[in-house]
Every structure is written in structure tokens, then in C-alpha cells.
Design a protein around this ligand. Structure first.
Ligand SMILES: [Zn+2]
Ligand SMILES: [Zn+2]
Length: 191
């Protein structure tokens, strides 16, 4: 798939620039190439910085829509160890299937055997590319973001950022929840 510019300069593509909603039944057999380059709203876990880019190729078999391509953007995340905010460039490739929600009963949706994260639903014959980009970007965030692999985190006793300075807290004085775990582990060793 070509990177960068919109490959399909047909009328359809022009319309997409104004409105990133696509009528699924109008996707032709040869597929539809879509370029997205816009800011995306974040959530409490991540704030995208600047524009998020996506290059998608949409194909349709009857009412089953497939979206493949890539998404890239810079997001602001919070380190799960030291809690500072840092920026990270994310780049992901997607291969998604969308089905019309109207044609399914709730049971059927649960019965679908495929990996559920790869299946989405569209409504009223319309797919909103902005929603797809946002959903995928936020779904693919690291579970435990780290500002660096070597991040030392915060001291569990005094809260000092151990990346910036050290503290004099005793090493044994760890989080009570952790000390239970430690006891369990040491009793295991004795057995
Ligand atoms: Zn950190
Ligand atoms: Zn400390």
C-alpha cells in the first residue's frame, strides 16, 4: 500500500476530506483508499499530540467491511512507575472487520468465534473513520506505559522520584501488600 498521498483522487475521496464518514454500501469492488490526518480527542490514559495520521484501505464483501492499513501519531502518556508524563510515537498496523450491527442479535454477537478485538460494528450503513482511528489508537496503548525501561519509579515509602534523587528509606519498608507477598514467597521457599 502506498504511503502518504491519497491514491484515489476520485470524487469520493474529495468528499471524505470534509466528512470522514463513509457509506459502506457505496464502497466499490476495487476498494477505497482513505487518508486521515487530523487531531484526535484523547481520554484519561492518553492525549494524542498534534495530528494523527492513518492510511486505510477499505474493502467490502456484501455487508462485511474490512479495513486494513496503518495509524501513526504521537501521544502523551503517564509513566506507570514514576507518574511523569512523556511523549511516545505510536505506529500500528490494523486489519479490522466490521459488521452491520442491525443484522445481528445480541447472542450472535457473543457467538462470533473470531478474536473479538478485531471485530467492530457499524450502524446505519455508515462507518466513521475518525472513530476507527480513535478507537484503535486508544485500544493499542501500552498497558503499563514506562517513560524508560530503566525507570526506577517512586519510593513506596516517601514518594521520592528515584530517577531524580535517592532517599534514605529502609529497603524492607515496602508496601504492606508487597510484604504479604514477600512472606508468602519466603514461606514457600522453606517448604
Ligand atoms: Zn517513569
Ligand atoms: Zn523513600
Amino acid at each position: 500500500m502506498t504511503k502518504g498521498k491519497v491514491a484515489n483522487q476520485s470524487q469520493g475521496t474529495m468528499l471524505l476530506e470534509e466528512k470522514m464518514k463513509i457509506t459502506v454500501s457505496e464502497i466499490e469492488d476495487e476498494g477505497l483508499r482513505v487518508s486521515f490526518n487530523e487531531p484526535i480527542e484523547g481520554n484519561s490514559l492518553a492525549r494524542p499530540m498534534g495530528d494523527v495520521k492513518a492510511e486505510f484501505f477499505l474493502t467490502r464483501k456484501a455487508s462485511e467491511l474490512n479495513i486494513s492499513g496503518s495509524i501513526s501519531g504521537r501521544v502523551c502518556l503517564q509513566c506507570s512507575r514514576c507518574l511523569i508524563e512523556f511523549q511516545r510515537d505510536l505506529e500500528l498496523s490494523v486489519d479490522l472487520t466490521y459488521l452491520p450491527i442491525e443484522e445481528m442479535s445480541t447472542e450472535e454477537i457473543h457467538e462470533i468465534g473470531r478474536d473479538e478485538s478485531e471485530i467492530g460494528y457499524y450502524k446505519d450503513d455508515e462507518i466513521d473513520i475518525t472513530d476507527v482511528v480513535k478507537e484503535q489508537l486508544l485500544l493499542n496503548l501500552p498497558m503499563k506505559p514506562l517513560c524508560s525501561d530503566e525507570c526506577k519509579g517512586l519510593c513506596p515509602v516517601c514518594g521520592t522520584d528515584l530517577n531524580l534523587q535517592s532517599c534514605n528509606c529502609k529497603k524492607d519498608e515496602i508496601d504492606p501488600r508487597l510484604s504479604i507477598l514477600k512472606k508468602l514467597l519466603s514461606s514457600r521457599k522453606e517448604n
